[in-house]
Design a protein around this ligand. Structure first.
Ligand code: NAP
Length: 245
């Protein structure tokens, strides 16, 4: 039995990841901003798996509250064995191409907030000499594209942050897994036509939990995205800048 914090637990992806951990007998702390929806998710997990599930409000952008939140998680769970960061947003992407406050907001939620909380988790696990951190980044962070670079830049920064954490913590018995999904069928992609390799949140969650359990460093989910991004990363910049993909 492990004690696992899941951040962004109202997202479909996190919800199915919660099932994956609860199914193995883990105790969970679910966090996000929408506390009513959180309670619904928690009830569902309790009923399905008989798991102990705590909930707490968490805002990635309210960095001044993160230390108190982390203490609350440690207290409620009686110690922490793993943290799964799923929270993310693409809200305000159009505005972020023109407005400083909008680009700041995207980076704050997707990168700064994640880095802030995971820094607290990293120090805790480092001292404990065990634990795991899994961060849901995105293939969007693998190469800057004109259509989404404010979001992609935050996710790319998050991937690098996780890579650095892994380099720091692997020597201390702490596992860090970077999860890079392609397109997932959630509200984030709602209304967008013909997205290639669009996967259900159930499938992405199942493969993400497997990646964590297997102790993977980086997992593209579904795996085909590893190949797709290998090709996309290898396109020379002088050609890539003229493409609209
Ligand atoms: N959908 C895709 O195609 C896709 C592709 C690659 C990667 N991803 C990544 O997968 C993760 C899950 O996304 P999703 O598609 O399931 O989207 P989603 O349904 O919009 O879920 C986003 C989650 O992030 C939380 N969140 C947003 N802003 C937050 C904030 N300021 N503080 C704390 N939590 C916040 C939301 O909870 P509250 O609103 O309750 O706070 C929600 O739980 C994200 O990191 C996303 O970037 C998605």
């Amino acid at each position: 039995m492990r004690r696992v914090l899941i951040v962004g637990a109202t997202s479909p992806l996190a919800r199915y990841m919660a099932h994956g951990f609860a199914h193995r007998g883990d105790t969970l702390f679910l966090a996000a901003r929408d506390t009513e929806e959180l309670e619904r998710v928690a009830c569902d997990v309790r009923v399905r798996f008989g798991a102990t599930v705590h909930t707490g409000r968490f805002d990635a952008a309210a960095i001044e509250e993160h230390e108190a939140f982390w203490q609350e998680v440690v207290r409620s769970l009686g110690g922490v064995d793993g943290v799964v960061w799923v929270a993310g947003t693409m809200e305000g992407l159009e505005e972020a191409f023109r407005q400083p406050q909008a680009v700041r907001r995207l980076i704050e939620v997707n990168l700064t907030g994640a880095a802030s909380l995971l820094t607290l988790a990293a120090c805790y696990f480092e001292e404990q000499g065990r634990g795991f951190i899994a961060g849901v980044s995105s293939v969007a962070g693998d190469r800057g594209r004109g259509q989404n670079y404010p979001y992609g830049a935050a996710k790319g920064g998050f991937s690098l942050f996780l890579q650095g954490l892994r380099n720091r913590l692997s020597k201390r018995g702490v596992q860090v897994t970077t999860i890079k999904p392609g397109f997932i069928d959630t509200r984030m992609t709602w209304g967008r036509d013909k997205l290639p390799f669009l996967a259900s949140p159930q499938r992405v969650a199942k493969e993400s939990v497997q990646a964590v359990l297997k102790g993977k460093d980086v997992a593209y989910v579904p795996a085909v995205w590893g190949l797709v991004m290998l090709v996309i990363r290898s396109i020379p910049e002088r050609i890539f800048k003229k493409m609209s993909i």
